[in-house]
Design a protein around this ligand. Sequence first.
Ligand code: BDR
Ligand code: CA
Length: 305
Amino acid sequence: KRKIIIDTDPGIDDAIAIALALFSEEIEVKLISTVAGNVGINYVTENALKLVSFFKKEVAVARGATGPLVRQSKDASSIHGKTGLEGYAFEEWNERLLVDQHAVNAIYQAIIASEEKTTLLAIGPLTNIALLLKLYPQIENQIEEIIIMGGSIDRGNYNVYAEFNIGYDPEAAKIVFDSAIKKTMVGLNIGLKALIKPEASEEIKTMNKVGDMFYSLFKKYRGGSFEEGLTMFDSTAVAYLLRPDLFTVVDTYVDIELTGQHTTGATLVDFNGHISNEANTTVCIDIDEAGFNKWFLENIRHMDI
Ligand code: BDR
Ligand code: CA
């Protein structure tokens, strides 16, 4: 089984992505590390604990970076609600799952404890991963791949050209994209295409307890609408991990804009070789939308708790 670490800022779409990963039989989630992003670190960490407990899984949670490396950024509480996971009343959660170690060290330990290389699934700002690469540069050799939900091949949702996870901590993203590790970018362009249709949302509601919880969260989630389809950004990164056949990709050079007047945090996806650097990222440019919907629903249907 592929060994996975999920670095996340739950977050409503993170919640669903975490479930898709935890219930998959093809992978083994070794750790969930949290990072400030959608909301602050206390909320996202508590949310991760709530989710893992709700799913009745025994996966450790480690609390990570409290904010971007360099700048002050705005969170996404206007979208995900004050706590990041508004809309469902979770019962007691298992505090025992919280490890007594900073996420960056917990990620390091989890990677070196494994004989096989680990894949990082990054569905929040890249702060923890940048810190990991700076603190433990030799760890690069033990990382199989970083699958990043972030960036965009066209417009952004943080500013005109920056997607939230990159725009929130562009310096961290720069460190990660500049590393020699194999990287895949599953950007906003993919998430905006992979909508969950209104009929499907109704179906999810009645599938099981997990579906009912998701439905309650969706109701608060303004990343799309029940009428026009819901965006599942972070789940598309899990889809790439488990079903790469659903994606069309191009290997190219990606840089992060750090000094733009309006564009800081933009991913410069150099399709035409203007920067003339070697390809450093596998960039997802298209997704089989129907295939994604089918995969997504099938998986939720089997989330028995
Ligand atoms: C990304 O930003 C966050 O709000 C979501 O959780 C997702 O990771 C989409 O731009
Ligand atoms: Ca996220």
